[in-house]
Design a protein around this ligand. Structure first.
Ligand SMILES: C[S@@+](CC[C@H](N)C(=O)[O-])C[C@H]1O[C@@H](n2cnc3c(N)ncnc32)[C@H](O)[C@@H]1O
Length: 418
């Protein structure tokens, strides 16, 4: 057995964490750079980095409880200790493997210190961590916006693996699949599973379903049934395009990213659905006709996806949120011009920042009096969402928590009067 077994994956995890925390990259982008690893090691490295990002404040508290002098936040010793402890807590890695793969990462450096701290903490026994504090800045922001309950729910949810949600093109097929595979259907055309291995699920090749968080499936449900010509703006990788096409609409899907549109094309091929695809910057592109309905699933901080992408908690700094807000306003202004009279514009973001949701829509409506909010019906949003008096839908951490929770989301339907 080679003596460095398991070390390359940990080294890669360390680099991924650095890329996320110091350089603001996504975990996916950072993981794609680990080309020297075999796929199984790359997956392990991503899993370790992800488990670490879920619980940094609590891991730091543990580390601080076992050191006399506080290790600097950006020290290698702290990074290696975080990574090692996250494996024990999140992945159940045996202690000897955690220690044996951590120490080579600090060769020629603070090896004795890391060995000592790890030994102390592992001997003491690590707490279960069924609730993980979020970075302080995020907790403060969410507490101010949504209250303490939402923060506590988010802490509990980030400590658990989120369930796997599938959206089906056909409602009957969803019910049959749920029955046959031990899934739960929480809405029409939806199935929730505890397992997370997508390729092993029956029917993947046949293309009757695709992976999509239940909250992410709601905006397309707000596109009126009778809207035939639908523009899906910011469409890739296409979960919502597939819903719209499956509902029978004629869909034009626009996205500025060629590579993400490539994934949309693949998704349409697998699901045997069709849409016209356009690679274009929506700030420059102009359609030749107007649409019955437009779905604008705008680029955002994506903080609502914190359970599957915990790095968003570190990437979504106030500046990023402000930049996104400005882009969202410009996209809303453009999209509204392409709507037929009586047409519906659905705006959505997978964000838990009011700046990207409620505030954008309020500012837009102030400046565009010919559009007004059109409250979704209980059929369209078949979930126990607390009624928002304003007429939009806000999904907060805590909704359906006992069922496994949902991504944080905001959506609103605006209708052009005249
Ligand atoms: C939230 S994602 C869309 C997810 C997609 N609606 C789905 O359901 O799969 C936002 C998308 O906006 C695209 N985007 C960002 N800026 C854009 C722009 N100026 N014009 C067009 N697309 C843009 C990004 O490439 C990204 O694919």
């Amino acid at each position: 057995m080679p003596s460095d077994e398991g070390v390359p994956a940990r080294r890669a995890a360390l680099q991924m964490l650095d890329a996320v925390l110091r350089r603001g990259q996504t975990l996916e982008a950072a993981g794609a750079k680990a080309t020297n690893l075999v796929p199984v090691d790359r997956a392990l490295a991503s899993a370790i980095a992800g488990e670490t990002l879920r619980r940094i404040p609590d891991l730091d508290a543990l580390i601080d409880s076992a050191t006399r002098q506080r290790l600097p936040d950006d020290s290698k010793a702290r990074a290696v200790l975080r990574l090692a402890l996250a494996q024990t807590i999140g992945l159940g890695t045996p202690d000897h493997a955690v220690v044996a793969t951590a120490l080579p990462l600090v060769d020629g450096g603070p090896r004795r210190l890391v060995h000592g701290v790890l030994g102390t903490l592992l001997r003491r026994g690590l707490p279960p961590m069924d609730s993980c504090r979020l970075p302080e800045a995020v907790e403060e922001r969410w507490r101010a916006a949504w209250g303490e309950e939402a923060v506590l729910a988010a802490r509990r949810l980030i400590a658990r693996r989120p369930p796997l949600d599938l959206t089906f093109a056909d409602a009957t097929a969803a019910e049959e699949f749920a029955q046959a595979n031990g899934g739960r259907s929480l809405a029409p055309r939806h199935v929730r599973l505890d397992s997370s291995s997508v390729a092993d699920l029956p029917g993947f090749g046949a293309g009757g379903w695709w992976v999509q968080d239940l909250a992410a499936s709601l905006p397309a449900r707000l596109v009126p049934r009778e809207g035939r010509e639908v523009l899906d703006l910011c469409a890739a990788p296409g979960g919502k395009t597939m819903q719209l096409a499956a509902a029978g609409h004629r869909v034009t899907s626009v996205d500025s990213s060629e590579s993400r549109l490539g994934r949309l094309r693949e998704n349409l091929g697998r699901t045997h659905l069709s849409a016209e695809l356009v690679t274009a910057d929506a700030l420059l592109w102009k359609p030749k006709r107007q649409f019955d309905a437009i779905l604008l699933d705008a680029p955002c901080s994506a903080t609502g996806t914190y359970r599957r992408h915990p790095e968003v908690l570190y990437r979504a700094r106030p500046r990023i949120i402000a930049d996104n807000s400005a882009l969202q306003s410009r996209l809303l202004e453009r999209a509204a011009q392409w709507l037929k009279p009586g047409g519906a514009l659905v705006y959505s973001v997978c964000s838990l920042e009011p700046q990207e949701g409620e505030e954008r829509v309020m500012a837009f409506l102030d400046a565009n009096p010919t559009l007004e909010l059109d409250r979704p019906t209980a059929d369209e949003v078949p979930l126990p969402v607390p009624a928002a008096d304003a007429g939009w839908v806000r999904i907060l951490p805590g909704l359906l928590e006992t069922e496994g929770g949902l991504d944080g989301f905001f959506m609103a339907r605006l209708v052009r009067r005249g």
